[in-house]
Design a binder for this molecule. Sequence first.
Ligand code: PMM
Length: 285
Amino acid sequence: MSSSPRRPAGLPERLDTDDTLVMGVLNVTPDSFSDGGAHDDAPAAISHGLRLVGQGASIVDVGGESTRPGAPRVDEDEELRRVLPVVTALAAKDIVVSVDTMRASVAAASIEAGALIVNDVSAGRADVDMGPEVARLRTRLGTPPVFIAMHWRGHSDVMNELAVYRDVARDSAAELAERLSALREAGVEDRFLVADPGLGFSKTGEQNWEVLADWPTLSSHGLPLLIGASRKRFVSALGVDRDLATAAISAYSAEHGAWAVRVHDVGSSVAAVRVGDRLRRSVRR
Ligand code: PMM
């Protein structure tokens, strides 16, 4: 459906597949709305990460700062304390780890600890050093890290007030395109970039559905795409099992050619992306 590259450079060969990948969420935070802080200590978080891989996750996304609407920021030392032992242990098992952070210093320390991907929900807006730092970094595989750049308008304490658009799909894609240009100017190469529409970030329930429904606009960046709908309010608001509803969005995303989906419940989305992949291959273009 889209002619965008299917996947970024810089990852192990086993991820060189046309199948949509499943990224498992590992929030190492006491205030995460998703897991209630159940993994706020390294051993529990590490075993949860291994469980995600066992269920079929190709990537584990480790985050030490909640981005839940209204959440306060954590300081840098605390963020490092939460993520580094987990990144180190999972990377030592040759697991592909991404670090979900808005801080260049945390990105750098995590790449040093073995992560291969920097997932910055602010796409370099929260920390001006992020773009140049990621361009400079080299992973344990000897390449720059993959950089996931998401559409973002502001920190969690204010983001719900910022959900004002003329046309949410087009406006948010245009804003992300500006960020992508800034990152390229900072030296991040296109082949390491992934775009993410930022579902649930400064968008009302209805606006999230409008963004997701407009796949041509969503995929207009000419980059691999990551979709993160898992357990978000607009999904829970359907009033059905939020992981099954997330899996349905995973099938839709795979059918449209997403590179990866970011989910909490890996098993259901692994099955769902297989259906989406299978359909995509049989669609007459
Ligand atoms: N959503 C959350 C956190 N990080 N990263 C990317 N790239 N895309 C997302 O949609 C995204 C993200 C918030 O969800 P969580 O608190 O359940 O992890």
